[in-house]
Ligand binder design. Structure first.
Ligand code: SF4
Length: 281
């Protein structure tokens, strides 16, 4: 029986965030509202997973808003419990849009217990990033960024940078921060009714043609590029540049913990017996 899951994620339901991105739907995500966060049973859940021989490729701690705005004690509790069951996970990741680096104590904690910090930003160009997200903290001049063990950058593809600019900025960052091990370029897509966010995305995101041009240049520039057509491009082993032009790829075997219960990607609560038997999804 295959008891390997792709990942286990904890998403805080709070949508508190210190950015103000024009495409943000965190506050509109009604399924997350009015629930109390509760991790009383986390240790017990992980213990059961461990005893049943489950294995997860990734563990993710993320927020519906900015993850590092959670209080220190909550983060510490989760980090310690998860590290007690490190054998369950190949790789532990913490998601931030930048604030983590400005909170020294939380940064030390996360950098110690997690393998990778994922930074979600709008643009590699600091001024443009700050302008779009209405954020006034300069992430790239914060020394903690250099001190992070491993970083993955998750960048939205906005249309105000030309391709050359974009590639030059990526290369400069990779040179300056050798701890950036992966870069993922993401084209925001909005599925659903017409809202001010979807309008902004339509008007400001890089076009399909521009993305095609970008991927063509990247493919020429990096011979090791493996182009898996409409999903991901990978550049090289130790520093992958991933272009996800097709939007988010649905995780196939992902479990989510919310309020000490286990859910699948589609927000359905799962039968614990099936989870433990590796047959939940
Ligand atoms: S960083 Fe994320 S959660 Fe925060 S405002 Fe931007 S899109 Fe929303």
């Amino acid at each position: 029986m295959n008891k390997n899951y792709d990942g286990l994620a904890i998403f805080f339901e709070s949508f508190a965030c210190d950015k103000n991105c024009p495409y943000c739907i965190a506050k509109d995500n009604i399924q997350f509202l009015n629930k109390n966060e509760n991790f009383d049973q986390l240790e017990n859940l992980l213990k059961q997973f461990s005893e049943s021989g489950l294995h997860f490729d990734k563990f993710i701690l993320s927020g519906n808003g900015e993850t590092s705005l959670q209080d220190y004690e909550t983060l510490k509790g989760i980090a310690q419990i998860v590290s007690n069951y490190s054998n369950l996970f190949r790789n532990k990741r913490f998601y931030t849009s930048g604030n983590l680096f400005f909170e020294d104590k939380k940064f030390e904690l996360i950098n110690r217990y997690f393998d990778q910090i994922n930074i979600m930003i709008n643009s590699l160009n600091p001024e443009l990033d700050m302008q779009v997200t209405r954020y006034n903290k300069a992430i790239w001049s914060n020394e903690n960024v250099k001190r992070a063990k491993n970083i993955k950058l998750d960048i939205s593809l906005t249309n105000y940078l030309d391709t050359e600019h974009f590639i030059r900025d990526i290369e400069e960052r990779l040179k300056e921060f050798p701890n950036i091990k992966k870069v993922k370029l993401k084209r925001l897509k909005y599925h659903g009714e017409e809202t001010k966010q979807s309008k902004w995305i339509r008007e400001n995101m890089m076009s399909e043609q521009a993305i095609d041009k970008l991927s063509e240049i990247l493919t020429q520039k990096y011979p090791k590029f493996t182009n898996s057509k409409d999903t991901y491009f990978k550049i090289k082993e130790d520093c992958n540049l991933i272009l996800n032009a097709a939007g988010r790829k649905n995780p196939t075997k992902w479990l989510f913990i919310k309020n000490d219960k286990i859910f699948n990607y589609y927000d359905e609560e799962l039968d614990m017996k099936k989870v433990l038997e590796g047959e939940a999804l």
